[in-house]
Design a binder for this molecule. Sequence first.
Ligand SMILES: Nc1nc2c(ncn2[C@@H]2O[C@H](COP(=O)(O)OP(=O)(O)O)[C@@H](O)[C@H]2O)c(=O)[nH]1
Ligand SMILES: [Mg+2]
Length: 281
Amino acid sequence: MQEKNKSLSYYPGHIKKARDEIKQKIKLVDLVYIVLDSRIPISSLVDDINELILDKPRIYIFTKYDLCDKNKTDNIINNNYKDGIIYKCDLINNFNKNKLIDLTYKKASSLLEKRKNKGIINNNLKIMVIGIPNCGKSTLINKIATKNKVKAENRAGVTRQLSWIKVTDSIEMIDTPGILWPRFENEKVFYNIASIGSINPDSIDKNTLIVKLVSYLKDNYKNVLEERYKIEIVDDIDELIERIAKSRGCIKGDFIDYDKVYDIILNDIKTGRIKNITLDD
Ligand SMILES: Nc1nc2c(ncn2[C@@H]2O[C@H](COP(=O)(O)OP(=O)(O)O)[C@@H](O)[C@H]2O)c(=O)[nH]1
Ligand SMILES: [Mg+2]
């Protein structure tokens, strides 16, 4: 029981620091890119986003669209992001930078108009990029950048400093470290974020995480599991995990190396070797 409670909060000091810095810097920002992972289009929305970014104009950018179940994610987006400008993308193989820049200037048009009326004639935009860890913020900035690049890595906590980066002649961006929130009211949200690798799995109850994840995949994406692990799917979760372990050589003598098989499953999701899945409903 204690283990379970512990597993539902993950709020290291650097995340609190990042949130405080975002609150400080937001006043200087013209527009916010809210970056979401297409595999968890609801769970990856920062819980208190309105408090953080106030009434700044925003664009919702759904990354990793190549890895999601497109029908499901499209439905979820259509039902939940009706009012905002949305942009879905595969940042690695198929990113249309100009389309996003056009959308950005469209969203900023009233702001630029106001500026012009005050006699300030420039199209410069300051954009803050916000999202949970590992959702593609740094990659996004680098894909837009013609000038400076930022560091991107498939590991939580790589971006640590909040400073302005001039990415094109007229656009400056702030790359923020991934943020989470102090308490997760919804268990499903917590485990979804952990499933895609945005919470360090070593700091939570991995067994519970894997049981929930594999159960969900079995019920919703049986064929994906079948194909990836070349196993026959059974209803019993312990048995199913055991089959995955066997097919992946995670057996030590007579015992299953659970740590190893858990890491393999999480890594397969993180790296997109397991794809066409959406974990939100
Ligand atoms: N398949 C796929 N991978 C992506 C996409 N966007 C980012 N990634 C990968 O996700 C990982 C985390 O990206 P990063 O930009 O460092 O995330 P950040 O923590 O939000 O800055 C990297 O390995 C990227 O290559 C995408 O659209 N599709
Ligand atoms: Mg980053």
